[in-house]
Design a binder for this molecule. Structure first.
Ligand code: NAP
Length: 310
């Protein structure tokens, strides 16, 4: 089959760490261009300062993957779709829900693929966790997602701006797993967002959810954790405890550890290729909806000012 010619837009941390290797190891794709205002050519692949320059002066492309901060995602996706290009959105798929709905509508109307990639859903333990939970009664869910922002997002200022999500940037990964593995939908009941005095987005959050049967789900997010990091989801059921640790990579079920291969980005590129070949889209906004609800319902409290050094 003819490879899908793809351009990587936003050559930052995640593009370099994950997207470039995943594209290189997938025969369905041919990496043909980079778009980034500040980057330069990558191993002979040309770099353009904007999508307009790519479409005007660059090689032909069939698809783009948008690895920019979320605040600029909509304008880029819209321009790509207008130019008949399939679009893969890094998480979160946009800065607002309305943006994503507008993009999905445009993709549908044009017969193009729009893919909202939730990488944590492809972690090794997630699919078996979903299968195990399908036959069980959930009694409670507890999410603890605590990491050190200085280690994982060094110097990224956009993450502290409106639309950058703050601690929900990693927290939405937990919600992408929870909304996928849990048999029933949860709704937010209350939230507290701790926002540093000198920033626009939260550094920590405490959330309480409930499902239609009154089953509780708690979520503890914190970006100030040094030392060992916590990316854990614990589900108590009528048939014992399920634990997903290390961001979904390690699944423990009663009496057994379930191993698996890390295929987060490889899995997303296989999915993107099959969506393009079948001319369909996959745009699940459930994780972003819960984050939006936290910003709608959350009580704000002011936390100590945050500086990268200090
Ligand atoms: P990053 O390191 O700041 O990279 C973003 C890149 O996009 C930068 O090179 C930036 O250039 C560029 N950019 C900004 N505006 C652009 C535009 N209009 N057109 C083209 N390029 C533009 O951020 P990141 O950590 O890679 O995160 C990017 C996205 O991936 C976020 O939505 C994040 O949630 C998601 N993600 C990140 C990780 C992770 O571990 N870092 C994991 C999974 C998903 P400048 O720096 O010059 O502005």
């Amino acid at each position: 089959m003819t490879p899908i010619r793809i351009a990587v837009v936003g050559l930052g941390k995640i593009a370099r760490d994950q997207h470039l290797p995943a594209i290189a190891s997938n025969d369905d794709f041919q990496f043909v261009a980079v778009v980034d205002p500040a980057a330069s050519d990558v191993e002979g692949v040309p770099c353009f300062g904007g999508l307009d320059a790519l479409f005007r002066d660059g090689p032909a492309v069939d698809a783009v993957v948008l690895c920019t901060p979320p605040q600029v995602r909509y304008a880029l996706a819209r321009e790509a779709l207008k130019n008949n290009i399939h679009v893969f959105l890094e998480k979160p798929p946009g800065a607002t829900l309305a943006e994503v709905a507008a993009l999905a509508q445009r993709a549908d109307a044009s017969g193009l693929t729009l893919f909202a990639g939730w990488h944590s859903r492809y972690a090794a333990g997630v699919e078996p966790a979903r299968a195990w939970l399908a036959g069980r009664k959930v009694e409670s869910v507890s999410i603890r997602w605590r990491e050190d922002v200085r280690v994982w997002h060094p110097g990224q200022e956009w993450i502290w701006e409106a639309g950058g999500l703050g601690v929900f940037d990693p927290g939405i990964n937990a919600l992408s797993i929870a909304t996928y593995i849990l048999p029933r939908a949860f709704i937010l009941r209350s939230a507290t967002l701790s926002i540093p005095a000198n920033r626009a987005a939260p550094i920590a959050a405490d959330l309480q959810f409930i499902d239609g049967d009154g089953v509780p789900m708690s979520m503890d997010l914190d970006w100030r954790q040094t030392g060992p990091q916590s990316w854990d989801i614990v589900v108590e059921t009528d048939q014992g405890r399920l634990t997903l640790a290390k961001g979904g990579a390690v699944l423990t079920l009663p009496g057994q550890d379930v191993g698996g291969e890390d295929r987060e980005y490889a899995g997303m590129y296989s999915r993107f290729a099959s969506l393009i070949r079948s001319r369909s889209s996959d745009v699940d906004t459930a994780p972003l909806r819960l984050v939006a609800d936290a910003f709608l319902l959350g009580r704000r409290e002011t936390a100590e000012a945050f500086y990268w050094v200090g």
